[in-house]
Design a protein around this ligand. Sequence first.
Ligand SMILES: Cc1cc2nc3c(=O)[nH]c(=O)nc-3n(C[C@H](O)[C@H](O)[C@H](O)COP(=O)(O)OP(=O)(O)OC[C@H]3O[C@@H](n4cnc5c(N)ncnc54)[C@H](O)[C@@H]3O)c2cc1C
Length: 239
Amino acid sequence: MLLRLPTSVSEAQECLAEGAVPVGGATLVWAGWLRDGFPALAMSLRHLPEANAVGAETLGAAVVLGRVDDRVPEALCRAAAAVGTGAVRRAATVGGNLVGSSLRCLLPAALVLNARAVVLEPEGVRETDLAEVLAKRPLLLGLRWTAPLASCHHKAQGAAGGAPPLVVAAALHPVGGGRRLLRVAVRDGYEVLTAAVECRTDPPGSLAALRSGEFGRLPSAAWDIVHDRVGELFSRPVG
Ligand SMILES: Cc1cc2nc3c(=O)[nH]c(=O)nc-3n(C[C@H](O)[C@H](O)[C@H](O)COP(=O)(O)OP(=O)(O)OC[C@H]3O[C@@H](n4cnc5c(N)ncnc54)[C@H](O)[C@@H]3O)c2cc1C
């Protein structure tokens, strides 16, 4: 297998045109490659500056989960810190988690930030939504979003070999006129539910609006966590 390490977007585009398979930390693909054979050409984005950004409104796809820190909003920082073990987080990347893993613990946090995906295609770079990334698995360069007023994240303890643990993420965004937009995402099993409600400073009203929609079908234990997390988010001082 030849591993290419492009240092510019145009080089990455060439690799794509040559059919290079994207690889992050290889934490998921390695066992399959050993079993089924290695691809002729692979490409890692670890030397591509655009895929290595970490900031208040951006996160590169080649960033390893252990490098995701409080430069990004709390929801995303905590989501990354809650993936697997320290050894996994030292190797696994944002791109591998969102595009390649079935658990995708980063997804609820990215959804509440209303993150856009920056992808590279043979025609060039473009932005798209996360739904398209999950469906079509393009080469992900990174995520972009507008910084929220506040965000939070909760991951339940999981039993080894059991169902994926519950994940709840929420974020408050300014919408003008003293109003705010509350976005909440819940991973229940492998299903991810999302909802957004406009609100002022009223957690009971926002919670009632959430529960009257799709979140009404959450099991009561999951709803209790949504209730507590949203209440805690509203209680934070927001500048
Ligand atoms: C012990 C263990 C525990 C784990 N626990 C969790 C957990 O709690 N929560 C969770 O969410 N996940 C968990 N995982 C999965 C973990 O998040 C993945 O192993 C990891 O995210 C894959 O990242 P990687 O960079 O190693 O991807 P790789 O193994 O390199 O690639 C995986 C797939 O993603 C594709 N890919 C990689 N980068 C890109 C890109 N930039 N654009 C497009 N496609 C790309 C590859 O082509 C491949 O198909 C666990 C894994 C292990 C081994």
